[in-house]
Design a protein around this ligand. Structure first.
Ligand code: C2E
Ligand code: MG
Ligand code: MG
Length: 612
């Protein structure tokens, strides 16, 4: 808005107020003059006070009361006011009250008082006086009508403003609700949780964070559909609200996960609440005319014992919940309990890992690499498995990083290479001379002195043809590029093939890729898994395949589980595939069976499921 417009608007806003103040002033003077000045003043103040109070107050009944009191007081206290003043005041009152009160009451009141007073004054009033009164009444009417007009406008404006204000408040409340509450369950969301946690932590009082997760919720979604899943979440949310009440804060964190904040003095209180929550789930939920049972797994972290930051508290409570999940479920556990368990487990694993090679606890499984156009097994990837004597199978995602940290990976990696070369050489001898072998090499192993010569000596020892070995290294080798180029060059010089594993997840620079002596790009399975659902994944995979081809590299795609994924990859021209769709990683005995039906070189053997 420009400046003159702003001033014009201010003037408009201020005018009615000025008119009211001036009129009130004139009215008061009028009244003060009509009686002795002290009485007049008292009268002016009282009357004006009541009338303005009647304007200001909200409830309509109070307006009536105030206006009536003003009238009664006025006429009873000052019955000897001159007739013309009375008439003026009555008119003013009528106009104001008619404007204020949507009822004929002021008119009746005014009429009643005129009738009451007129007979007592009329005998003494001469004609001249009456005409003066009539002129006075006329002028007053015009003045007061103007006043009423301004007042009405003011009220209207106020009304519009109030309506806008109410709408604005409603909209803001709605926005706030959307920003801070989950639309499905109507529970506070993660954002509000963060705010509450920050508030609570700033007060430095002991607080427990309970991380709740429904057990087997996925089954409800998978078996009954997402609608039922949504209904279930709503029912769970309302149950949680009932159990928790207003004493604690409960929010929906994600999917079927809920986070509860609880002030406490004794740990017993937390245990009692956790038990109450778990017990509440013993009753089935009624979803789409079915009774569905579910249970809760709860992890608990404590402020300030476990952590002082919100993120860490949630993460620890989540960890504790996870440890319940992988166990019997339907329980609660404190983070402090698993913290020591986890540390113990870590230390134990580390120690046991060192001796596991000698104790022959490791085995190698093999997963076929398949020609995409024919379905023929082209080679095998060696994948390490560790079965701990007490803890059972430990996944590679746990023990490989541990082996890397401790350096055990060097010895372990050598063992894998030797053992796999020996095994696959056997299969090559017995009818599969062209069978290739892919072995994963960790970066720590890759950087050991004389890595290349170690590999070559193992090849010699096992009598393995270097051209049939593929070493899978990750993008992290690009960090020490010159050293990597030398090592890879040495190996390649002897005919060993190199592939970049899990491609797309690291930080490869394409310009660097061009300088690397490699043969294959192996697209990470995270892309394959999103191939049929996420558009960007499809474009990335196509791009990687095109880049690979433009650099004369062959492209391998891992993690193929569905026929649709296979079809897309075939269309994109990907040469080699690996995944559960073809074969799972299997022990040597099963692979041997599989290889016995493998067709000799050059003969097409497309499984029916691939041909479709
Ligand atoms: P990787 O080299 O990328 O191996 C492929 C992983 O994908 C394997 O997991 C395999 O079982 C899995 N996989 C294959 N097809 C599918 C599929 O269709 N769907 C899904 N969901 N998964 C599939 P695994 O055996 O658990 O190995 C994990 C990682 O551990 C390997 O990833 C590799 O980086 C490492 N690793 C395994 N063995 C060794 C080894 O001997 N030395 C070294 N340094 N690392 C190894
Ligand atoms: Mg691999
Ligand atoms: Mg991989």
């Amino acid at each position: 808005m420009k400046l003159p417009q702003v001033w014009a608007k201010r003037l408009m806003d201020i005018t009615p107020n000025v008119v009211i103040v001036l009129s009130a002033f004139a009215l008061s003077m009028n009244m003060i003059n009509s009686v002795s000045s002290l009485q007049g003043l008292a009268f002016a103040v009282t009357f004006a006070g009541f009338i303005f109070a009647a304007i200001l107050v909200r409830p309509i009944w109070l307006k009536y009361v105030l206006a009536t009191v003003a009238y009664v007081a006025f006429f009873n206290v000052f019955p000897y006011l001159s007739f013309d003043k009375l008439v003026s005041v009555i008119y003013l009152s009528m106009i104001i009250l008619a404007f204020l009160l949507p009822s004929p009451l002021p008119t009746f009141l005014a009429a009643a008082y005129i009738l009451y007073f007129t007979p007592s004054y009329s005998p003494e009033v001469p004609m001249e006086m009456i005409s003066t009164i009539m002129i006075g009444v006329g002028i007053n009417m015009i003045l007061y009508s103007l006043l009423a007009f301004y007042l009405r406008n003011l009220k209207k404006e106020n009304g519009v403003n109030m309506e806008l204000n109410t709408k604005l408040h409603l909209a803001l409340a709605k926005l706030e609700h959307i920003a801070y509450y989950d639309t499905l369950t109507k529970l506070p969301n993660r954002e509000l949780l963060r705010g509450r946690m920050a508030e609570a932590l700033s007060e430095e009082a002991p607080m427990a964070v309970l991380f709740l997760d429904l057990d087997h919720f996925k089954n409800v979604n998978d078996m009954l559909g997402h609608n039922a899943g949504d209904q279930m979440l709503q029912a769970v949310a309302s149950l949680l609200r009932d159990v928790v009440g207003h004493s604690h804060f409960i929010s929906r964190y994600a999917g079927d996960e809920f986070v509860l904040l609880m002030r406490y003095q004794q740990q017993e209180e937390i245990k009692a609440l956790a038990e109450k929550l778990i017990d509440a789930f013993q009753i089935p939920f009624q979803i789409e005319q079915r009774q569905i049972y579910t249970t809760l797994s709860i992890g608990i972290s404590l402020y300030p014992e476990d952590a002082r930051e919100a993120d860490a508290l949630i993460q620890y409570a989540d960890k504790a919940m996870y440890s319940v999940k992988i166990g019997d479920k339907n329980e609660f556990r404190f983070f402090s309990a698993i913290k020591s368990e986890e540390l113990l487990r870590q230390v134990k694993l580390e120690n046991d890992l060192r001796s596991a090679v000698n104790k022959k606890e490791f085995v190698i499984v093999y997963q076929p690499l398949v020609e995409m156009s024919t379905g023929r097994i082209q080679g095998l990837e060696a994948l390490l498995r560790w079965t701990h004597p007490e803890m059972g199978p430990i996944p590679p995602s746990v023990f490989i990083p541990l082996a890397e940290q401790t350096g055990v990976i060097v010895e372990l990696g050598e063992w894998v290479l030797k053992e796999a070369c020996r095994q696959v050489r056997d299969w090559q001898r017995t009818g599969n001379p062209d069978l290739t072998l892919a072995v994963n090499i960790s970066i720590r192993q890759f950087r050991t002195p004389k890595f290349a010569s170690k590999v070559l000596s193992i090849l010699e020892e096992t009598n393995f043809e270097p051209a049939l070995l593929e070493l899978e290294v990750t993008e992290s080798m690009m960090q020490n590029l010159n050293e990597s180029i030398t090592i890879l060059g040495e190996l390649r010089h002897q005919g060993v093939k190199i592939s970049i594993d899990d491609f797309g997840t690291g930080y490869s620079s394409l310009s660097v890729l061009g300088h690397l002596p490699v043969d294959f790009l192996k697209i990470d399975r995270s892309f394959t898994q999103e191939l049929t659902t996420v558009n960007s994944a499809t474009s990335i995979v196509k791009l990687i395949i095109d880049i690979g081809h433009s650099m004369n590299l062959q492209v391998i795609c891992e993690g193929i589980e569905k026929q649709e994924e296979l079809k897309i990859l075939q269309q994109f021209g990907c040469e080699i595939g690996q995944g559960y769709y073809f074969h799972r990683p299997s022990p040597a005995e099963e692979i041997e069976l599989l290889l016995s039906s493998r067709t000799p070189v050059g003969v097409s053997n497309i499984p029916t499921k691939i041909r479709n």
